[in-house]
Design a protein around this ligand. Structure first.
Ligand code: THU
Length: 524
């Protein structure tokens, strides 16, 4: 276990630019961060320092020279752009189909079945705005004693009931029965009980709204973590999104400010596992209301809070900041947008690195699951790229290795230090032959030593080299070594070298060999 506590914060709807398939969702050109930045009010120095503007494709502000975090972006594989599906994907469950919406109302069989089971009939059964609904149907409810069933552009089955005509228990009971029916072919995201009081035209909704979420049809990282004996803390609507499944402790919040305060106090708790936080105001108060200034100010508040949270992190804590979809406040649409989401990681001794463009939000789940040694679900872990070992120490070992170099023909001496998951470091030097072609590079010497000694997983490699035993900048692995390293270490393995200005450079293998041959092509 690399990290004892992982804090995963979802900034609801904080997209960082359109996905290649955004046009399929009517979201061509959407860019939530870009829109918020253009308000001129965004001031997020702490996220900037983590690498927010170093993320590929983010053009709003200038990248920083020396980011202090691991930064990247991720596309979404699920066929949807809602909160539920986005969070499920972050948790390792990809939804091949979006949750169903009902622009023409629900099938009458479902409502008939509910009437049979509860004795209550229905009226409306259309998409409707909540306030207009009561003005149009409140009196009919009073006359007929029927429940008002309605929906919206989202996957919701909503039921409004006047509290002088129905008891809260009757309404909740009806919604629970609806929840049980709305699965299988009709997996509606949420069933929502909406009690109200008052007389026409002065109706008001009560605070007893209750949401019944659909259980995720697949296993999530919360399930596997909880089963593995780890804590899974929920802050905000996380627990609702997962219908409480896999959550060991849930803390409700009333706003972003409240969510941040509660997260801060949870950081004082000693636990081993995941603290999964959702801050919803970005989406509900600003994204949907097309308010880029409000959105910017909410981000500024979060950013100003970050240092206080970072201060609470122990050396074995990891912070991941991401989002679940976009909600560009400058497009005419008030709906979510299909966008990349940011991935910003921070730990006290983290080595800054570009995490690149990930294919699925589930890479986050895979990372968390690998960290805790539980079954991984969908996605590819980038845990390896989150180095907390000193790259300069590994470079020093490579310099030591260089001393064993046998290079009488080129007089170019190379040393490599390969750190493996068993904690051992294997040294390698180049060994030349008068016949030239049998020459082995330093990296492959280290690799073959490690693998033949039984090392299973490679953690990181450092390479140095230069003529006559010197160390000069710019010695990077050759093509053949890149191929070897890619196959044995994977695309997220950090490769440490020294550049021509004598700076330590840490890059993921994929940056040195994009789209490498992996053996998949051979059916392996
Ligand atoms: N060399 C390495 O050891 N690693 C590399 O990745 C690049 C090249 C060695 C091979 C040869 O002995 C010498 O450098 C000159 O090519």
């Amino acid at each position: 276990m690399k990290f004892k506590r992982v804090f995963l914060i979802v900034l609801d709807s904080f997209g960082v630019g359109e996905l290649p398939d955004s046009a399929d969702f009517g979201d061509e050109g959407s860019d939530t961060l870009g829109a918020v930045y253009s308000s001129g009010k965004l001031n997020v120095p702490n996220m900037k320092e983590l690498g927010l503007f170093n993320i590929k494709g983010v053009r709003a502000d200038r990248p920083v020279k020396a980011p202090i975090g691991a930064y990247g972006r991720s596309g979404e594989l699920s066929r949807g752009k809602d909160t539920t599906v986005g969070h499920w994907e972050i948790a390792g469950a990809i939804s091949e189909k979006p949750l169903p919406t009902y622009p023409n109302g629900f099938p009458t069989e479902i409502l008939d079945r509910l009437e049979k089971e509860t004795g209550f009939g229905w009226i409306c059964n259309k998409p409707y705005s909540g306030t207009q609904l009561l003005l149009d149907y409140g009196r009919e409810q009073k006359e007929t004693g029927k429940l008002i069933v309605y929906t919206s552009g989202d996957s919701v089955f909503q039921v409004a009931a006047h509290m002088e005509q129905f008891t809260l228990k009757q309404l909740y009971d009806y919604c629970e029965k609806a929840r049980n029916i709305l699965v299988g072919d009709h997996p509606v995201g949420r069933v929502i009980a909406r009690p109200y009081v008052g007389e026409y035209p002065n109706y008001t909704r009560t605070a007893d709204r209750h949401d019944y979420s659909l259980e995720c049809p697949k296993t999530t990282m919360l399930d596997v973590l909880k089963n593995g004996g780890y804590e899974t803390l929920s802050v905000g609507k996380i627990s609702d999104i997962f219908a409480g499944r896999g959550v060991t402790r849930s803390v409700k919040t009333s706003s972003n400010t409240d969510g941040m305060a509660k997260s801060l106090s949870l950081a004082d708790d000693d636990f081993t596992g995941l603290c999964f936080i959702n801050l919803v105001d970005f989406d509900s108060k600003y994204g949907h209301r097309n308010d880029p200034i409000g959105y910017a100010e909410a981000l500024n508040e979060f950013d100003a809070w970050l240092p206080s949270f970072k201060e609470k992190l122990n050396d074995d804590d990891l912070l991941i900041i991401t989002a679940d979809h976009g909600c560009d406040p400058l497009t005419p649409s008030t709906d979510h947008s299909r966008e990349y989401v940011p991935i910003l990681c921070y730990a006290n001794n983290i080595v800054p690195i570009d995490l690149g463009t990930r294919t699925t939000y589930s890479d986050i789940a895979a990372t968390v699951c690998e960290n805790f040694g539980v079954d991984t679900l969908e996605g590819n872990s980038f845990l390896k790229a989150l180095m907390i070992t000193s790259p300069d120490e590994l470079l020093d070992t490579a310099k030591e290795a260089q001393k064993a170099s046998f290079a009488p023909y080129s007089n170019y001496n190379v040393g490599a230090a390969l750190l493996c998951d068993d904690g051992k470091t294997y040294k390698g030097a180049n060994i030349e032959s008068a016949a030239y072609s049998p020459t082995t590079c330093a990296e492959r010497t280290a690799l073959t030593k490690a693998v033949s000694e039984g090392a299973k997983d490679l953690t990181a490699i450092a390479v140095v080299g230069g003529p006559n035993g010197e160390v000069v900048g710019g010695c990077t692995p050759c093509g053949v070594c890149r191929q070897f390293l890619y196959e044995l270490g994977g695309k997220d393995m950090p490769v440490i070298t020294i550049d021509s200005d004598n700076n330590t450079v840490v890059r993921r293998m994929e940056e040195l060999l994009p789209d490498g041959f992996s053996g998949k092509q051979l059916g392996k």
